[in-house]
Design a protein around this ligand. Structure first.
Ligand code: ZN
Ligand code: ZN
Length: 179
């Protein structure tokens, strides 16, 4: 299943590259793909503007329960964030806040064939929330939030493992439990 997601990301990146690749403005960068997000969030797109590389993080549980829709919508949603970051850099509103679902993102979604892009998913989260899986927030040098499941959190604790952020290579550090 993860393999299918990776293939879908690659397909979309090829489509993106074929449309904008000849501008010579940048080298399209395939994002790293991880499956660590848990809880109600379907996916994240993290992007390190300094290094110009990104990572997509998908929720395996929501993906398993809604596979077809997840593949079509959520994967495209996060790839669109990644491509907008590559193409436009950071987009700020007049008041200086990050704009993530603005005009550029919507245009990218339409380019990928999603005519009515939506900000939020509408998956049934009863299972993921009723099981009350504990989740833990970790942070890293580049400031991204990493939400880990209790399974991974315990692995880190018990085996004294270290994990690094794919984007900045710094060790991720436990911050707090997400309530
Ligand atoms: Zn989004
Ligand atoms: Zn980082």
């Amino acid at each position: 299943m993860k393999r299918i997601v990776e293939d879908r990301v690659l397909d979309l990146m090829v489509k993106y590259e074929s449309a904008v690749g000849d501008t010579g403005k940048f080298t399209p960068q395939i994002p790293d793909i991880i499956f660590e997000t848990v809880g109600r969030t379907a996916g994240w797109a993290r992007f390190n503007f300094y290094l110009g590389k990104g990572e997509l993080d998908f929720n395996v549980e929501l993906m398993t329960e809604n596979f077809g829709e997840f593949l079509k919508t959520t994967v495209t949603h996060e790839v669109a964030h990644h491509c907008v970051s590559l193409l436009n850099g950071r987009i700020l509103s007049k008041s200086g806040r990050n704009v993530s679902h603005g005009r550029q993102w919507k245009e990218m979604m339409r380019f990928f064939g999603i005519d009515e892009p939506k900000r939020c998913h509408s998956y049934d989260t009863f299972n993921v929330s009723s099981r009350k899986l504990r989740r833990f927030r970790y942070t890293c040098d580049c400031g991204f939030e990493h939400n880990l499941s209790i399974i991974i959190h315990n692995k880190i604790r018990k085996n004294k493992q270290t994990r690094v952020c794919n984007l900045c290579d710094s060790q991720i550090v436990f911050s707090h439990e997400i309530k």
